[in-house]
Design a protein around this ligand. Sequence first.
Ligand SMILES: Cc1cc2nc3c(=O)[nH]c(=O)nc-3n(C[C@H](O)[C@H](O)[C@H](O)COP(=O)(O)OP(=O)(O)OC[C@H]3O[C@@H](n4cnc5c(N)ncnc54)[C@H](O)[C@@H]3O)c2cc1C
Length: 474
Amino acid sequence: MQRSEVLEQLSQYIAGKVLDGKDIGLNETTPLLEWGIINSLEIVRILSFIQETFGVDISADKMVADHFANLASLTDLVLETAKEQQEKWHAHDKKSPDYDVVVVGGGPAGSTVATLLSRWGKSVLVLEKARFPRHHIGESLLAGTTTLMKQLGVYDKVEQAGFVHKFGATYIWGKSQEPWSIFFSEVSDEGRFSFQVERDKFDKILLDHSREIGTTVREECCVTEFIRDGERITGVKYVDAEQRSHSVSCRFCVDASGQSALLGTSMKWRKFNQTLRNFALYTYYRGGKSAVELVPDLKPRDAGNIFVVAMERGWIWYIPLGSGRFSVGVVTHGSLARELNKENRLQFYLDCLNSTPQIRYLLSEAERETSTLYSQSDWSYVCDSFKGPGYLLAGDAACFVDPILSTGVDLAMEGAFKAAIAINTLLDEPELTEQALCWYEKEYKQRLDTSSRWLNTGIMGTVSVMTGSGKRNN
Ligand SMILES: Cc1cc2nc3c(=O)[nH]c(=O)nc-3n(C[C@H](O)[C@H](O)[C@H](O)COP(=O)(O)OP(=O)(O)OC[C@H]3O[C@@H](n4cnc5c(N)ncnc54)[C@H](O)[C@@H]3O)c2cc1C
């Protein structure tokens, strides 16, 4: 073995050990001493250099050092090689990010993208600021989500959770007060249904499933900053539950932070829909009546329908969550978010429920489950772009239309599904990066357009366009 090769090996060995955080004892270098290539004095000096540079505790064997004291000095050369090696390791570190993908946010969009990428062999970290289960709005799902759940392999777990089956939606919307319904079976197979979910439980099932597939999930970790190399996002900074700061690097980053829309906000990409600047107030009731008692045309299984009633100041949702529990929300004009203070918000909400005869009837024997009145406003927006160098936006972080047709979770999960395909492609074949990201953005925007068209035709009063056979009265 050439002396230079031995030096190379030694320096690699030392650098490797030190960077691994391991202690180095003199004994480990004795083969080199025995070859007579370096002397013990040099080793002592190398070891003290390492001690100073890296702060590693080193034990030197004085006996060995004394014995080899007269051998020729190669110290400088060894030190130089070790330094070079150290630089190489740091450079190598930069090229090997901590994860293939970091996902910000563990809602339906974040967990969907993470589950798929983990299943396809990528290393994925999800950073979620809350600890699940956590409260969330968006309980009434469309039938498309069940297909996505099956593809994720989580359907059985969702079914076992016992959520209410939803076969369709019943509306009182238009000039007539006569209720009308639309069913998933009108556009799909007979018996097609979805779920009315308690989002705290549902989102936890999806996130836990992702963890089981291999995703690293860190809850109570709030992302505070995206790390950039030029325009390219190469990682994130976050703060954990103990307020400790961390950085993590990745080959690709997904912003699935929901309505926080971290990137869309910081890039000033969010464009709000000025005609849908709405405001929602909602809470939960126990002991409500089923809409089946109100609408004679409905079959017993339609007790799981979402019931939507138009009223003078907006509209009301009435979602059965099982065991007599209902989510009841009032959607009204956004300007009221500023006009109403905490006390008169509740009064306004109750007035809306009481002045709507159908809801008054359904809640006549019900009790409010909690004193908390939740609110949300300004949710209708689209970001100018859904992608950039090293990142994309998924779910509500990219866009959201309106809750009236319950499209949110479906849109978020379907978009995330396509995001995972695009990311998997660009990680495996970097030369296809631009193509993959453009495909994702185009697909997602097309799906968004479809939802917006449904919304416009629905609001204008031609919901039958959606189903080909839906009834309406205006
Ligand atoms: C009034 C209203 C009613 C709705 N009703 C329905 C409905 O009936 N049906 C339906 O399908 N949809 C509904 N939606 C829409 C639905 O809530 C969303 O579309 C859906 O939750 C989007 O999923 P997501 O994963 O993109 O975002 P989210 O579910 O919001 O998940 C985002 C996650 O990111 C986390 N996060 C945020 N910031 C950070 C950070 N800095 N660091 C780490 N984590 C972070 C959050 O804690 C959250 O868990 C409704 C929306 C509104 C406003």
